[in-house]
Design a protein around this ligand. Sequence first.
Ligand code: NAD
Length: 415
Amino acid sequence: MCLEIQVELPVPLDHSLVRRCEEDVSRQNSQRSSLHRTSAAVCAGFRRRHNLNDSTLTVHVNLDQRSYDIAIGTDNLSDIGQRYSSQWPLTHAVVITDTNVQSLADVVTSSLQQAGVRTTLCLVPAGEPSKSISEASRLWDELLSQGTDRKSVVFAVGGGVIGDLAGFIAATFTRGLNFCQVPTTLLAQVDSSVGGKVGINLTGAKNMVGAFWQPQYVLIDTEVLQTLPDREYRSGLAEVVKYGVILDADFFAYLESNVERLKERDADVLREVIARCCRLKADVVEADERETSGLRAVLNYGHTFAHAFEAVLGYGELLHGEAVSIGMICASRLAESLGRIEPSVTQRQQELLVGLQLPIQVPDSENELLIDAMKSDKKTEHGRLRFVLPDRLGHVELVSGVETSEVINTLNACR
Ligand code: NAD
């Protein structure tokens, strides 16, 4: 027996919402309707006054007093001090980064210093184990010893680990500091830096302690992706494909026609792709900021399977995006076997994912363990299996009560 819950955004997505260089405009017009307005004259004026390169795309996340802009550009990292301090007063910045991207944090730090800001650099070891209570505790002590107060602003320079950890520090130190996200992995640029989920892990329980704490500003530079290891980059591409499947068939088609340029990390394509993903995620977050209506669940397409692969194989064996890539194919096959979609919908996803050099086959693992892992996933409701399944390209539904035997058949078919 399958129970279906329609997952519809309350307003139709308007994919022309990505605006070019509208920092001035967006602050003046915080109403949703303002997203449709572009003022070329104001934008040009802003760029001239601030001497900024003009390829920047801006996505506005409209959350009343917690609204913010995401600026997506190329070679814009060193603009951060000017961009931030021209909008908000700032005297002290705490830059939190990891050991692999310290050189990028140095660019941010010197840009802030040039804008007359005192900076404190906090370095944490690269990798998931840094999303821990011990690392958070060490950072709280460091912030205290550096005279951090409520006027200080935290800058998170790194991947999703740094964004989550630094955001959590910002949410908790002195009961809340402003913070800026400067995401440096593709996954962080299209996903974790948007939406305000911050947190750390407990032993054996990922993201178990955290908060919804929206950033004040997000600055994305496509150029930083040039140094990202191939596997990490491809892993981020899986999340990009996910947005197309769940919300935007036109975007999916755009990805299909730009596989080579995506593989080459072409800056023009990346700006468009990142901006579109941020817009799509922002639409979902605006409609369900704190994950209360169930709408935000659409973002979990492929994730019920993916979390099971990660748990059974051991975290770190598959990168998250790789697990999501396989998980999306499983979910699509499951939708097929339930008669919800035509095989061609799965076929297109397979071709795109393989074209982007992502895995699509279920790894060596026992079905029983995978099913147990799915049932104990924290997003499961009382052990009932729930899946986000497509009913066409660009649209998904949350489906509960899928029989275990159907899931096992799907796993076997995807091996
Ligand atoms: P990550 O932060 O560990 O980064 C991956 C690796 O790439 C690290 O070794 C990092 O040092 C390195 N790196 C980062 N930028 C680089 C660059 N430009 N050049 C070279 N190396 C670079 O991992 P991630 O995949 O970015 O993020 C995963 C984390 O994000 C997980 O903890 C996950 O829970 C979290 N997450 C959070 C949300 C959210 O909404 N908050 C959403 C999805 C994922």
